[in-house]
Design a binder for this molecule. Structure first.
Ligand SMILES: [Zn+2]
Length: 119
């Protein structure tokens, strides 16, 4: 598979995620179909789903999930600060570490509660 084809595929995946995001409030089924297509494209040309979109697909049921629509996002400070995303369809929980930069911003607000938790 040529690099150009892969690039076009990635562009299409981006577009499909955008479409799904716009559509999920109106027609959830259609939004889910966009994501199915995006995944199929990714598999066909053997590229990864772009990082910024990866967390929007449930690892359990492979459905499109979006905060405030069909999943729950919680911040956990235990051990490494991380986001916990709970899928609204199958209830699968996914953990994502919070990046250094964001971590510092969170730490500023939560140092107190974290100190308390340690004791
Ligand atoms: Zn799920």
């Amino acid at each position: 598979m040529s690099a150009a084809k892969k690039r076009i595929a990635v562009e299409r995946i981006h577009k499909l995620f955008q479409l799904a995001q716009d559509m999920i409030h109106e027609d959830e089924e259609l939004a889910q179909r966009y994501i199915t297509i995006a995944r199929k494209i990714a598999m066909a040309v053997r590229v990864h789903i772009p990082k910024e979109h990866r967390w929007k697909i449930c690892r359990g049921c492979k459905k499109f999930i979006l905060p405030g629509v069909n999943c729950r996002v919680r911040i956990q400070h235990r051990r490494e600060p991380h986001r916990v995303i709970t899928c609204g369809y199958c209830g699968k929980q996914m953990r994502f570490p919070i990046k250094e930069k964001t971590k510092r911003a969170y730490a500023k607000n939560s140092t107190q509660s974290e100190e308390k938790a340690k004791r």
